[in-house]
Design a protein around this ligand. Structure first.
Ligand SMILES: Cc1cc2nc3c(=O)[nH]c(=O)nc-3n(C[C@H](O)[C@H](O)[C@H](O)COP(=O)(O)OP(=O)(O)OC[C@H]3O[C@@H](n4cnc5c(N)ncnc54)[C@H](O)[C@@H]3O)c2cc1C
Length: 304
């Protein structure tokens, strides 16, 4: 580490070198600002950088994007034409590394630099590292993400009488074969929950997916979508990404069911075309709604 770096007053310090930190770094440098990105882990890419560390939330061995490459790629850095519609986490890391190389970011990134505190002293930000070193800058950009610490629920009252084992998704890096024949409950409606649910549904006997705050469900793949890569595909993917919540909301309202009350029971994806569409597609078709009396019938079929 260059000692002089610690002594000079930088224009910008970016905390985190995940997707957001890399973009921030590129744009600060483009403005001619003296910039340094500090990343606590020993790799860039944030949640997309796979780790066996069970205290570190992020992708599983099988994760691929839920958003299509058309709406995920950076506007001035298209993904390689060889990439699939929904790139794997390996693809994403390779892509982010290529982004760093293209815009010469790596020499402005310091890995293994965990920021422990930030304090404003005499008009400048003093950034303290866990190892006791410090940096000074006129501006700070915080890109530390939202998935840094597992939200452990073991002490939550609602799980008091649950006799089974409780795991946080950060501890689930892959679904072991001995989960076959078992029943699971997945609690939560985010990206990790959708990943874990899909992979469990391929192995477990039954999976109940509980989404406390409601969630939109849209098919990931629909028939007759324009082929990829094509400019038309880009346009329809972007348009559908904007319109999807509206369309889905109408679909849910057709069942007169508030979104937050949806219970989803996921079973193994059916064979044939359905198994090819990943993630929410099987769930979309197998959603079950609680009837007015709490039964498992669709609201329209419930006689109560
Ligand atoms: C399983 C999963 C699947 C996802 N799929 C998609 C998808 O398909 N499409 C999509 O658009 N989004 C998806 N997301 C959302 C994802 O959060 C974003 O894609 C994006 O990676 C967020 O980037 P970020 O830089 O904001 O945060 P992060 O990727 O979390 O990066 C933050 C970085 O900051 C570092 N950091 C934090 N605190 C400190 C500190 N004190 N000192 C130093 N460094 C620190 C961390 O180590 C980390 O590297 C997914 C997320 C998950 C978890």
């Amino acid at each position: 580490m260059d000692q002089s770096e610690h002594e000079q007053l930088l224009d910008v310090i970016i905390i985190g070198a995940g997707w957001s930190g890399l973009l921030a770094c590129k744009y600060c440098l483009a403005e001619g600002l003296k910039t340094l990105a500090l990343e606590g882990r020993d790799s860039l890419g944030g949640v997309w950088s796979f780790t066996e560390d069970r205290s570190c939330p992020g992708v599983m061995t099988t994760t691929e994007t839920t958003s299509s490459r058309c709406i995920t790629e950076i506007s001035d850095f298209p993904m390689p034409v060889t990439y699939p519609d929904f790139p794997s986490h390996h693809d994403i890391i390779a892509y982010l590394k290529a982004y760093c190389a293209r815009f010469d970011l790596e020499r402005h990134i310091r890995l293994g630099q965990q920021v422990s505190s930030v304090q404003k002293i005499d008009g400048a930000w003093c950034v303290m590292l866990a190892d006791g070193f410090r940096y000074n800058a006129r501006n700070i950009v915080v890109c530390s993400g939202v998935h840094q610490h597992p939200n452990t629920v073991s002490d939550d009252a609602k799980f008091n009488r649950f006799a089974g084992e409780i795991l946080h998704s950060s501890e689930v890096k892959a679904i072991p074969p001995d989960y076959a024949g078992k029943t699971f409950v997945v609690w939560g409606g985010g990206e990790s929950a959708s990943d874990v649910t899909l992979e469990l549904s391929k192995v477990a006997d039954r999976v109940y997916w509980c989404i406390p705050n409601g969630q939109w469900f849209v098919p990931k793949v629909v028939p007759n979508w324009p082929p990829f890569p094509s400019p038309l595909r880009k346009v329809v993917d972007h348009t559908s990404a904007c319109a999807a919540p509206v369309v889905t909301h109408s679909w849910l309202l057709a069942f007169h069911q508030p979104v937050s009350a949806v219970d989803v029971r996921v079973q193994r994806p059916r064979s044939g075309g359905m198994a090819n569409g990943r993630a929410v597609q099987p769930f979309f078709l197998q959603q079950e709604f609680r009837g007015a009396c709490g039964c498992q019938k669709r609201r329209g079929d419930c006689q109560a």
